[in-house]
Design a protein around this ligand. Sequence first.
Ligand code: NAP
Length: 247
Amino acid sequence: MHLKGRTAIVTGASRGIGRAIALKLAQDGANIAFNYLRNDQYAGSLEKEIKALGVPVMAFKADVRDLDQARKVRETVVSELGSLDILINNAGILKDSALVMMTPEDWHAVIDTNLNGTFNMTRAVIMTFMKQKRGDIINIASVSGLYGMARQVNYSSSKGGMIAFAKSLAKEVAGHNIRVNAVAPGFVETDMISHLKEDQLKTALDKIPLGRLGKPEDVANVVSFLLSPDAAYITGQIIQVDGGMGM
Ligand code: NAP
């Protein structure tokens, strides 16, 4: 229960990794606010699960691409839950194709959600964190942003941007007792990779020394650690959760 009394915003938590992070932080005792884009049913069931854990929870159908909506989420969280201590920038999308085929729409959609969404949510909360001289920000990036991945120029660029964003901001706000880190998952079993065909999954598995895909909980556990007192001296770091894929 190392997060008891703290409040976390987790973006894109109706499904996948965000959902696992929201549940884990709730189990750690945090009050949870989360947003999502369109999946009301999944969001409703997460809300119920978190309530059953006995911690306050708020769900927002709010688009990370919109700074005004991000500000509204922050305002409501602070006024309803009474505090704001943690931001997990997790909402993300993929629109893979070879660059030679990539449309400007697919380039902008991915940058808008993954990178501009990170800017919007962080911009919305940073003053609160600075004034209270306390805060934790974790960007859910990707190994694709560290090493690059064919057919993912848009996605890799957005994730590389989230990594550079975390490092720059970590330097900028360390003096305000705010830590900023990133987690870079490899292949994690969620809807995001459900389009991969069997042979593509096999090729992916061949590159993973631990011999399995990641589970959303593998990522959530590392996020929980980074928010714990044991990680108090860690900032500006990119932690790979990839079964050794990046070695
Ligand atoms: P996912 O299962 O596809 O879930 C994406 C989540 O983001 C959903 O909750 C979705 O809401 C939300 N979302 C999408 N666009 C949004 C927007 N504009 N505003 C607010 N919420 C939005 O994805 P995932 O696999 O859990 O991935 C989570 C993060 O981990 C992403 O940033 C992804 O890039 C990163 N990651 C994933 C993997 C992987 O292998 N899965 C690997 C490395 C990094 P709705 O349900 O309403 O659509």
